[in-house]
Ligand binder design. Sequence first.
Ligand code: AMP
Length: 394
Amino acid sequence: MSKLSIADLNKSDLENKTVLVRVDFNVPLKDGQVADDTRIRAAIPTINYLLENNAKVILVSHLGRPKGKEDKYSLKPVYEYIKNELKIPLTFLNDCIGEEVKNSIKKAKLGTLILLENVRFYPEEEKNDSGFAKKLSELADIYVNDAFGTAHRAHASTVGVAEFLPAYSGLLMEKEINFLSKALNPEKPFVAIIGGAKISSKIGVLKNLLDKTDSLIIGGAMTYTFLKAQGKNVGKSLVEDDYIKTANEIIEKAQKVKCNLVLAVDHVVADSPDSESGEIVSDIPDNKSGLDIGPKTIEKIREVLQTAKTVFWNGPMGVFEKKPFAKGTEDVALILAEITKKGAITIIGGGDSVAAIEQLGIADKFSHISTGGGASLEFLEGIELPGIKVLKDK
Ligand code: AMP
């Protein structure tokens, strides 16, 4: 899947052009201020590239899930942050479509950066309404999608607009596609580590990875549904009883396709995630919950990862937000950083695993950290994401 990116275009394709860039500025806010700027920083290479090529750059994004126009979901704090903290001059417009917006854009000089108000203030956005997409398209000459994190959603600003404008990928989108494609066609041995709370949300990716991986490591609460399926004691651990059959199917298929399915062999257990400390056990007592993988499991994972050439990781190994249950997740992150140094390609798939890595201050020690949790999982399910599909092929 090879898509044309802005880097493939000639200077003349961008010069004097107005470019509508879909970015993912759906950042967490705290007390009305940007609490984490990762997604904003990730879009800067594309913004700079277009400005350096003398284009007029119009940024469009969503923030949260507003029901109509709700001030608390305004992108104004993002505008203030870019202007005051990142020191990038830009203009903010109070709307994202309409005559006033069109006129302001028309009047702006080349090399100007403009941020539009939250595109989800219009319900037509999420309905991928064609009339609304057309109105967005009327603001620009070219459309660029750099919002990998929302590429799995078919909305007006991620899909519909590409019907009316030539559509290219931004530099971040290009990087995401390149790295995640490496996990779809990996150099072997390929190991996937899937953790987190629920099998139900990751079932598609688990099934697709079975055929591709040499080893599939299951961590987090998901482990307990698998262990229960194998008839082991899981005590009060989080289990999805409706998915025991699915867990059994995965166990059987792994044997058939010779995928080494790695499950926890020991656990850190406690009364609840709020407990002050945990206890290491191989057999989970009836009155305890498994809240992290134990040291023997970590050693087993280390062994498997030593020879890996490509690794994809999504989801924590335990309740990493709580100190007594963070070691499994932290050690996996450290092992991955170590093998990256030795030449392995390591791809971290968004969400909580990224939070864990940032907590450790080692975010620069991996080959690629995806800006899209859900999007990266769907990509690895082998689904062509709608926001990528509509971009021009190379
Ligand atoms: P997910 O969104 O599915 O990736 O799940 C992430 C959440 O799973 C985190 O908030 C973790 O605290 C939680 N989690 C991981 N392991 C466990 C466990 N053993 N028991 C309960 N919650 C867990």
